[in-house]
Design a protein around this ligand. Structure first.
Ligand SMILES: [Zn+2]
Length: 141
Protein backbone atom coordinates (compact mmCIF):
# COMPACT_ATOMS: atom_id res chain seq x y z
CA UNK A 1 0.00 0.00 0.00
CA UNK A 2 1.35 3.39 -0.98
CA UNK A 3 0.87 6.02 1.70
CA UNK A 4 -0.07 9.39 0.34
CA UNK A 5 1.99 12.06 2.12
CA UNK A 6 0.09 14.64 4.09
CA UNK A 7 2.01 17.88 3.77
CA UNK A 8 -0.36 20.35 5.38
CA UNK A 9 -2.56 20.16 8.41
CA UNK A 10 -5.96 21.78 8.60
CA UNK A 11 -4.57 25.16 9.70
CA UNK A 12 -2.00 25.46 6.90
CA UNK A 13 0.82 24.18 9.08
CA UNK A 14 3.49 21.95 7.63
CA UNK A 15 3.59 18.45 9.13
CA UNK A 16 6.60 17.20 11.08
CA UNK A 17 7.36 14.67 8.34
CA UNK A 18 7.40 17.40 5.73
CA UNK A 19 9.59 19.59 7.95
CA UNK A 20 12.14 16.80 8.35
CA UNK A 21 12.16 16.11 4.61
CA UNK A 22 12.60 19.81 3.81
CA UNK A 23 15.42 20.09 6.34
CA UNK A 24 17.17 17.10 4.80
CA UNK A 25 16.91 18.76 1.40
CA UNK A 26 17.71 22.40 2.22
CA UNK A 27 19.79 22.12 5.42
CA UNK A 28 20.70 25.10 7.59
CA UNK A 29 18.98 27.72 5.38
CA UNK A 30 15.71 25.91 6.06
CA UNK A 31 16.14 26.30 9.83
CA UNK A 32 16.86 30.00 9.37
CA UNK A 33 13.87 30.34 7.04
CA UNK A 34 11.58 28.96 9.74
CA UNK A 35 12.97 31.56 12.15
CA UNK A 36 12.27 34.33 9.64
CA UNK A 37 8.77 33.01 9.11
CA UNK A 38 8.05 32.90 12.83
CA UNK A 39 9.43 36.43 13.22
CA UNK A 40 6.96 37.68 10.56
CA UNK A 41 9.77 38.82 8.28
CA UNK A 42 7.90 38.08 5.04
CA UNK A 43 5.83 40.85 3.42
CA UNK A 44 3.88 40.75 0.18
CA UNK A 45 3.77 44.08 -1.66
CA UNK A 46 0.53 43.70 -3.60
CA UNK A 47 -0.49 46.16 -6.26
CA UNK A 48 -3.87 46.42 -7.85
CA UNK A 49 -4.29 43.95 -10.68
CA UNK A 50 -2.69 41.09 -8.76
CA UNK A 51 0.96 41.91 -9.34
CA UNK A 52 3.18 41.47 -6.33
CA UNK A 53 6.69 40.93 -5.07
CA UNK A 54 7.90 39.51 -1.79
CA UNK A 55 10.20 41.25 0.64
CA UNK A 56 12.01 39.19 3.24
CA UNK A 57 13.88 41.04 5.94
CA UNK A 58 16.83 39.02 7.13
CA UNK A 59 18.71 39.08 10.39
CA UNK A 60 20.76 42.04 9.14
CA UNK A 61 17.59 44.13 8.84
CA UNK A 62 18.03 44.46 5.08
CA UNK A 63 14.85 43.69 3.12
CA UNK A 64 15.50 41.54 0.06
CA UNK A 65 13.02 41.86 -2.80
CA UNK A 66 12.15 38.54 -4.42
CA UNK A 67 9.95 37.47 -7.30
CA UNK A 68 7.32 34.90 -6.33
CA UNK A 69 8.29 31.39 -7.34
CA UNK A 70 11.76 32.38 -8.52
CA UNK A 71 14.81 30.82 -6.90
CA UNK A 72 16.99 33.91 -6.76
CA UNK A 73 17.89 36.34 -3.98
CA UNK A 74 20.32 39.25 -4.07
CA UNK A 75 21.71 38.43 -0.60
CA UNK A 76 25.38 37.57 -0.01
CA UNK A 77 24.55 34.02 1.13
CA UNK A 78 22.85 33.28 -2.18
CA UNK A 79 25.80 34.67 -4.08
CA UNK A 80 28.41 32.67 -2.17
CA UNK A 81 26.67 29.52 -0.92
CA UNK A 82 24.20 28.88 -3.75
CA UNK A 83 25.84 30.26 -6.89
CA UNK A 84 29.46 30.13 -5.72
CA UNK A 85 30.17 27.01 -3.68
CA UNK A 86 26.81 25.37 -4.48
CA UNK A 87 26.69 24.24 -0.86
CA UNK A 88 22.95 24.91 -0.67
CA UNK A 89 20.07 24.83 -3.15
CA UNK A 90 18.79 28.24 -2.09
CA UNK A 91 18.98 30.81 0.72
CA UNK A 92 16.84 31.36 3.80
CA UNK A 93 15.04 34.32 2.21
CA UNK A 94 13.77 32.36 -0.78
CA UNK A 95 12.73 29.50 1.49
CA UNK A 96 10.97 31.85 3.93
CA UNK A 97 9.08 33.48 1.05
CA UNK A 98 7.98 30.11 -0.28
CA UNK A 99 7.00 28.81 3.16
CA UNK A 100 5.02 31.99 3.85
CA UNK A 101 3.13 31.49 0.62
CA UNK A 102 2.38 27.85 1.41
CA UNK A 103 1.36 28.47 5.02
CA UNK A 104 -0.22 31.88 4.30
CA UNK A 105 1.87 33.46 7.05
CA UNK A 106 3.15 36.40 5.03
CA UNK A 107 2.00 39.93 5.76
CA UNK A 108 0.12 41.78 2.99
CA UNK A 109 0.96 45.39 2.23
CA UNK A 110 -1.22 46.97 -0.46
CA UNK A 111 0.77 49.30 -2.74
CA UNK A 112 0.15 51.25 -5.91
CA UNK A 113 1.70 50.18 -9.21
CA UNK A 114 4.00 53.21 -8.96
CA UNK A 115 5.16 52.10 -5.52
CA UNK A 116 5.74 48.58 -6.81
CA UNK A 117 7.73 50.00 -9.73
CA UNK A 118 9.83 52.08 -7.33
CA UNK A 119 10.57 49.01 -5.21
CA UNK A 120 11.59 46.99 -8.25
CA UNK A 121 13.77 49.81 -9.57
CA UNK A 122 15.39 50.21 -6.19
CA UNK A 123 15.97 46.46 -5.98
CA UNK A 124 17.58 46.57 -9.40
CA UNK A 125 19.46 49.70 -8.32
CA UNK A 126 18.15 51.56 -11.33
CA UNK A 127 15.66 54.34 -11.80
CA UNK A 128 13.30 54.62 -14.77
CA UNK A 129 16.00 56.21 -16.91
CA UNK A 130 18.49 53.49 -16.15
CA UNK A 131 20.49 55.73 -13.84
CA UNK A 132 21.83 54.29 -10.62
CA UNK A 133 19.97 55.32 -7.50
CA UNK A 134 20.11 54.27 -3.87
CA UNK A 135 18.12 51.14 -3.16
CA UNK A 136 15.29 51.94 -0.76
CA UNK A 137 12.93 48.97 -0.91
CA UNK A 138 11.95 49.44 2.73
CA UNK A 139 10.52 52.92 2.18
CA UNK A 140 7.01 51.51 1.90
CA UNK A 141 7.12 49.48 5.08
ZN1 LIG B 1 18.75 35.46 0.38
Amino acid sequence: MIRKPIVYRAHMEVTDEALMALHALFGRPFEKALELLEASCVTYLRATGGRYVVQVTGSSGIPYTLFPGVNYCPCPAYRYQVIGTQMFLTCKHVLAARLAEITQKGRDLPVTMEDLTRVLCAAANLDRNGVNCDPKPADLI
